[in-house]
Structure formats: structure tokens, C-alpha cells
Design a protein around this ligand. Structure first.
Ligand code: SF4
Length: 284
């Protein structure tokens, strides 16, 4: 059970100053106000066909490795699509409402999920892989008592012990100028694995199913120490914003995907008052 925090609190019985996941750190780097809306105000966001496609395709790729290796074919992956979608709708029935009348047609949307899966098979041969872990929850407590945590899509471990961290993205690969941002999440996971297993992962691999591309990176200890410093710096900036209440909007091309434009001063909106029990800088 996790509690968000101001100075000190407990996560699973351990004193921490706060907790951070790559997605929440990414929110803050994108826009402090977006971070506030998501983490402190906890404002709901509408379901989006793109985001739900990501959820369904991740589920299929997770379930695919439950099948015996020879059965991990595009056809069998396609067969897993409908059950994966149904399982997600069963958990959150409102998701189904995004289709129909004004949204996309579900048949076309499912076909787009299938295309993402087909691109996966063009990039990897799952009959030759036996992942060590799927959807792995990881966490580590830094010396500063900041808890880092997150879920890793897949961890492969070679017979010789090398670790490969794999993440699936249903979008397109970023242009070169934005690769560092994409790799931050992977280095964050690599840092957590290094701290918990004592081994620097040999490879970080992003699989972009929107464009059918791989982004690979081999980190070293220096990279991961730099990532640790960066994470600490982000945490300090979050704590400062928390103390001052100054959660500045940062306008960028990503505003086009922001669900909170109507509350954002950059778009003529006014943020709601901060929640009264504002005791935490973070969640994640
Ligand atoms: S619209 Fe842009 S600037 Fe405003 S909160 Fe969202 S991401 Fe930040």
C-alpha cells in the first residue's frame, strides 16, 4: 500500500521522502501543471482510442508468451485480441463508450490493433524468445529515500546473465532529437534493476509498433549514475513546486494531447484550487 508524501511517510513500512515513476517524472518534465493535474488534483482523463490500443496490444503481447513457443504466431496473436479487449472492458466498462456515435468504429479500431501486432512480428520472432519477466513491478529506494518504481513490459535474461529491458510502444519511433527523452524511461528502469540486482542491463530496447522500428541502447554505469542525478533533480523541482504552489504550464506541441486545456492558463483557463489536503509531492 502506497502513501504519497510531503516530508516522510511510509511505503510498505519503509520511510521514504516520496515516490516517482518514469511517467510521472515525464509529466513534470513536459509540463509542471500537467503533473499537478494528474498527480495532485488527480483529474480524470477521457479514454482515447490510441491509449486503449496500447493497453490491449500490451495485454496480447504479454499473453502471447503464455503459449508454447511454436504457437506464438501472428494468427494466434490475432486470436488473443478479442479476449484481451473483453477483459479490459470487463474491468472498465466505460471504455466501450468511446466507440460508436462520435468515436471510431470498433471494427476499424480492432483492425488497427491487429496491424500493430503484425508489425511486432516483423521486428521480433517470439518463437525464439523466453522472457524472464513480463509486466514486472520494480522499485528501489535511493540513498536520499526517494522511492523509484514502475512496471517493465518485458525483461529478457540471456543464459550468460545479460539483461535486456524491453518496452512496447504503439506509437511511432521518435525523431533523433527526441530519442533521449524516449530513453529516459528505459534508463530509469535500468537504474532500478541495477540497484536491485547489482547488474547494469546490457541493452534497453524500445519496440515501436506504430512505425515498425526498434530503438536500442546499451547503457553503462555512468549513464545510470547520470540518470539517478537527473531523477533527484526532478524530485527537488517537484518538491519546490509543491512548497510554493507554483505549478507552471509549459506550452509545447504536446499540449495537443493534453486533456486539461480548458483549465490551463495557456489556453485561457483557470486551474481549480489546489486540494486542501495537499500533503504530497508525488505518486507514481
Ligand atoms: S495544455 Fe499544455 S501547458 Fe497546459 S497543462 Fe496541458 S500540457 Fe501543460
Amino acid at each position: 500500500m502506497t502513501q504519497d508524501v510531503a516530508d516522510r511517510t511510509q511505503v510498505d513500512g519503509v520511510d521514504v521522502v516520496g515516490s516517482l515513476s518514469p511517467s510521472r517524472a515525464g509529466d513534470f518534465m513536459t509540463c509542471p501543471l500537467l503533473y499537478r493535474f494528474r498527480t495532485i488534483d488527480k483529474l480524470p482523463e477521457p479514454y482515447s482510442p490510441d491509449a486503449v490500443r496500447g493497453t490491449v496490444v500490451h495485454k496480447v503481447l504479454e499473453d502471447l508468451f503464455d503459449l508454447p513457443a511454436p504457437d506464438r504466431t501472428p494468427g494466434r496473436a490475432g486470436d488473443l485480441l478479442a479476449p484481451a479487449w473483453e477483459a479490459i472492458v470487463e474491468q472498465e466498462p466505460e471504455i466501450a463508450e468511446m466507440f460508436g456515435a462520435e468515436g471510431p468504429e470498433i471494427g476499424a479500431w480492432l483492425a488497427s490493433c491487429r496491424e500493430s501486432l503484425d508489425r511486432y512480428f516483423a521486428l521480433e520472432d517470439p518463437t525464439r524468445l523466453e522472457p524472464a519477466e513480463r509486466e514486472l513491478y520494480v522499485e528501489t529506494l535511493l540513498d536520499t529515500k526517494l522511492l523509484l518504481r514502475g512496471f517493465i513490459d518485458r525483461v529478457d535474461v540471456a543464459p550468460t546473465g545479460e539483461i535486456r529491458v524491453v518496452d512496447y510502444k504503439t506509437g511511432k519511433a521518435p525523431r533523433e532529437a527526441f530519442e533521449a527523452k524516449a530513453l529516459f524511461q528505459m534508463k530509469f528502469y535500468a537504474l532500478v534493476l541495477w540497484r536491485t540486482r547489482g547488474v547494469v542491463p546490457a541493452m534497453l530496447q524500445l519496440i515501436y509498433l506504430g512505425s515498425g522500428e526498434l530503438l536500442r541502447y546499451c547503457p553503462d554505469e555512468r549513464d545510470l549514475l547520470a540518470t539517478e542525478r537527473k531523477v533527484e533533480a526532478i524530485w527537488k523541482a517537484i518538491s519546490r513546486a509543491h512548497e510554493s504552489g507554483d505549478w507552471r504550464p509549459r506550452r509545447s506541441a504536446l499540449c495537443g494531447w493534453c486533456a486539461h486545456q480548458s483549465l490551463c492558463p495557456e489556453f485561457g483557463g483557470t486551474p481549480p484550487p489546489l486540494p486542501v489536503l495537499q500533503v504530497e509531492p508525488v505518486a507514481g
